[in-house]
Write a protein that binds this ligand. Structure first.
Ligand code: ACO
Length: 441
């Protein structure tokens, strides 16, 4: 592709253009400042590529999502979470031997250090499980050495993947005052997590297959989403060569925000509010449209998807199937569908390309599975873990990686003399009478 031309202050400059394997075009501005003295200004990074990547492809206009080239619809139909983890981390689908070896490793690293377990006791009962998860993941830096080689990094990735489900389930058990249930090596990743969540020492528990299938689906759909807010946070922290555990801990906090993964908890809270308000969903659509009302339809809108979020489409039909199979009639599902129908016909939402996102229907599924609302974003984090770690790995191995350090356009005061304490707060005219001695700049 021909170079891009930029005219700035009457002078012409050329910049190389890169084309991705799916035809995406990026103007390479790495030399913008050194050539022109100017920087690009793009708050929220809506037009800025922070890296090249071979992990996930999204076409937001067409509603396409692919992991390593495989469409999300095919993955959802035919794969398992363990297989998706392998695919994201190592780049290809595993052979049966590779998958067995991977599963064995993940299974055998799932216990957490007994000293880490003791940390749980010191959190107040009201501690949100996302906070607990992030803190526990960060604390792993104290127990497992920093990666000094590619093999060390792969081992830390396995450790974190394996232990995160134990930490997540323990944080739930702590919050409800039940004893911790230790991981079991005879169960799959999702079965083991559900067992640690719902079993109690007093009686036998068998993971219902409908829950196992639903969790597999949910985790696979959340597994990666290219350079979203939490993944960019992981990459940014990792770019300073911080540890994998520290970078993922930061990603967990970024995910917790209500504009990102925290929206799944907010969606259910919103649907409950509508249910308790005489099911008046029209009122809430109107509130979302009112510029003077801070209320937003949670689970609606996306920075990248402008037609539909393929994950939401899969989850909507899965919610129907799972609730039917479990014999659950949840009024929140009906409210959600009504809200979607009204919003999709409303000019405000149509003009702005606002569609249900992945968080809109996931909460209904988690609710049906008996997962408490405060754990919803933890479930998202468990699913996103292989994505964060494969992106961290890609960044660490990429010879072009530099520390992430954006610039800014300064809009503050220009240079002014320092004002001694006794003269502060005086008016300009008073200051002119008692002009202070200027501090040299
Ligand atoms: N309800 C009502 N109006 C909305 C909504 C919404 N959920 N989302 C966007 N809008 C409006 C904005 O007010 C804006 O209107 P304007 O052009 O008249 O000013 C317009 O649509 C564009 O929205 P932006 O906020 O500029 O879009 P942006 O790409 O910056 O934000 C975001 C995307 C954060 C997802 C936003 O749509 C939102 O806040 N949604 C609700 C929270 C949510 O569901 N987050 C989960 C996203 S998926 C994920 O992270 C896993």
């Amino acid at each position: 592709m021909k170079p891009a031309k930029l005219t700035l202050d009457g002078q012409d400059y050329e910049f190389p253009v890169h084309e991705g394997t799916e035809g995406e075009v990026g103007i390479d501005f790495t030399k913008l400042r050194s050539k022109t003295g100017a920087i690009s200004l793009d708050p929220g990074y809506g037009n800025t590529g922070s890296c090249t990547s071979t992990i996930t492809f999204i076409d937001g206009e067409k509603g396409i999502l692919r992991y390593r080239g495989y469409p999300i619809e095919e993955i959802a139909k035919s794969s398992t979470f363990e297989e998706v983890c392998y695919l994201l981390i190592y780049g290809n689908l595993p052979s049966s031997e590779e998958l067995q070896d991977f599963n064995e490793k993940v299974t055998h690293h799932s216990m957490i250090h007994e000293a880490i377990k003791d940390f749980f006791q010191d959190f107040p009962p009201s501690a949100h499980p996302m906070m607990v998860l992030s803190t526990m993941v960060a604390s792993m830096s104290a127990y497992y050495p920093r990666a000094m080689s590619d093999a060390d990094l792969d081992l830390n990735i396995i450790r974190l993947l394996a232990k995160a489900k134990t930490i997540a389930a323990f944080s739930y058990k702590k919050s409800i005052g039940q004893p911790f249930i230790y991981p079991r090596n005879d169960l799959s990743y999702t079965q083991d997590f559900l067992n640690m969540m719902f079993a109690v020492p007093a009686e036998p528990y068998e993971v219902p297959s409908v829950l196992d299938r639903a969790l597999n689906l949910l985790l696979m759909l959340h597994a990666d989403h290219e350079q979203n807010c939490s993944t960019s946070s992981v990459r940014m922290v990792g770019s300073s060569q911080a540890t994998l555990f520290g970078a993922v801990s930061a990603g967990i906090f970024a995910l917790w925000g209500p504009l990102h993964g925290g929206a799944n908890q907010r969606v259910i809270e919103m649907l409950q509010t509508i249910r308790d308000d005489d099911m008046d969903f029209r009122k809430y659509v109107d509130r979302a449209k009112d510029k003077h009302d801070p209320f937003k339809l949670m689970g609606f809108g996306h920075r990248v998807y402008k037609n539909f979020d393929p994950r939401a489409t899969i989850l909507k039909s899965a919610a129907d199937d799972v609730l039917t199979e479990m014999g659950i009639d949840d009024p929140l599902l009906e409210i959600a569908k009504n809200l979607e129908t009204i919003a999709l016909e409303d000019e405000f939402f149509v003009e702005r390309h606002l569609y249900p996102n992945v968080d809109f229907y996931s909460g209904i599924l988690y609710r049906a599975m008996g997962i408490p609302t405060e754990m919803f974003t933890v479930m998202f984090a468990l699913g996103r873990l292989p994505g964060w770690m494969s992106q961290f790995k890609e960044m660490s191995l990429d010879p072009h990686t530099r520390i992430s350090r954006p610039r800014q356009i300064y809009m503050g005061e220009t240079q002014r003399p320092f004002v001694p304490m006794e003269l502060r707060g005086k008016s300009k005219s008073e200051l002119e009478v008692e002009e202070p001695e200027l501090t040299p700049a």
